[in-house]
Design a protein around this ligand. Structure first.
Ligand code: CP3
Length: 356
């Protein structure tokens, strides 16, 4: 895909830590239930039915780009989508998330996982990407779940009731070989799936390892980090920037800065200045406004957004985002106003800095 055809490549420039005249903005979960248009579509189609229909899925992906003026689109899908063809049965329940009737807890279950063949198994996803890149003015971000987060759904059966991830940790510590097998199968899938998305035209990819912060540092280093390194290494041959995101990952920053991804997503618990000093200058940062602030009055939201911008513009390589996904009670007008604020305030700040 020829990125220079994009009318707005600000997001990609920031991923590569090139100079920008304002900050790029997009939001995790920018397509979803906070939008009346999405809720209307959901009356007729489930999430998985949307992802099976390229025209409809492209329309859902485009909605926030048109309404909010963001600088990137993210493919509408779910981290669970590639697990179906691997032989995992699941359902996605509103207000709960993924639910598996038969969680994977034995060696046999893990061994029975089939490798994903993206072109054969998920042609509609790749077709959606092709439709989107043909007419988007902004980069399209592809994504996959991270290995820990996917494994945690597969082993626990659901995430909302078991925030302590006890069965997942039990497998790690008790059946380490089974855990390693599972992580290798998932890492292989993640690499193949993301490569196929890149070949179909996405400009960058994000790995959502949202729940990996449930581990302590020693567990992270032993049971997950080696797999993240393999994934990052395998994706480096493509020229698409790779973003890594997880909640509560500040304790892992010393390791994450070395895995070889281009961008690290920062949640709102960690101030940007602190993330910058822990992660150094060789990665770009993405984040990190508390999504809860969008539910309240404008002034505290404006203040917090401006503080992030002021910190962010002091070093190249920053993408403005939330610290986690858009909450479903969010007013779309607040998000549009926030986008405008970050665009205008960051261009003032960038101009002021370049005058010095
Ligand atoms: O706009 C976008 O960001 C793209 C859409 C997207 C969805 N899921 C659609 C979705 C993305 C990037 C995801 C990733 C995803 N899915 C993650 C990682 C990101 C994160 O938020 O941490 C995780 C952990 C999942 C698993 C999952 N799927 C959860 C936790 C939920 C929410 C449960 C709920 O109802 O609150 C889902 C369901 C889901 N995925 C919805 C959407 C829009 C909401 C339910 C629906 O519309 O049917």
């Amino acid at each position: 895909m020829n990125h220079s055809e994009l009318r707005n490549d600000l997001f990609l420039r920031a991923c590569r830590r090139e100079p920008v005249d304002r900050l790029p903005v997009w939001y995790m979960r920018q397509a979803g239930r906070y939008q009346p248009e999405y809720r209307e579509i959901k009356k007729s189609f489930s999430l998985l039915e949307i992802t099976d229909r390229p025209e409809l899925c492209a329309q859902v992906t485009r909605l926030p780009v048109e309404q909010l003026g963001v600088d990137a689109a993210i493919l509408f899908s779910d981290i669970m989508v590639p697990l179906g063809p691997m032989g995992v049965h699941y359902d996605i329940q509103g207000g709960v998330g993924p639910v598996l009737p038969n969680p994977l807890r034995t060696q046999e279950a893990v061994r029975a996982l089939r490798p994903l063949s993206p072109e054969r198994d998920l042609p509609h996803v790749l077709e959606t990407i092709r439709l989107l890149v043909a007419d988007l003015d902004v980069p399209l971000i592809g994504f996959a779940g991270g290995p820990f987060t996917l494994a945690s759904y597969m082993v626990e059966g659901r995430a909302d009731l078991t925030r302590d991830y006890k069965r997942t940790k039990q497998m790690m510590h008790e059946d380490t070989q089974v855990w390693e097998h599972l992580m290798r199968s998932l890492s292989e899938m993640i690499v193949d799936y993301l490569r196929a998305q890149i070949a179909a035209g996405v400009s960058a990819v994000q790995i959502f390892d949202s729940w990996v912060g449930a581990l302590d540092r020693a567990e992270f280093v032993r049971f997950v980090l080696p797999h993240l390194k393999v994934i990052a290494e395998s994706l480096r041959a493509t020229d698409a920037p790779v973003i890594f995101f997880g909640l509560h990952t500040a304790p892992f920053f010393p390791e994450l800065r070395e895995i070889g991804v281009d961008v690290i997503g920062v949640d709102w618990h960690t101030p940007i200045a602190q993330a910058r000093s822990a992660l150094g200058q060789r990665v770009a940062l993405q984040g990190n406004l508390d999504p809860g602030l969008l539910l309240g009055p404008w002034e505290p939201l404006e203040q917090a957004a401006k503080a992030i911008v002021e910190e962010a513009v002091t070093a190249p390589g920053f993408i403005f985002n939330l610290g986690h996904g858009v909450i479903k009670e969010t007013d779309p007008a607040q998000l549009a106003r926030l986008t405008e604020l970050v665009h205008s305030y960051s261009s003032q700040q960038c101009a002021a800095l370049s005058q010095r």
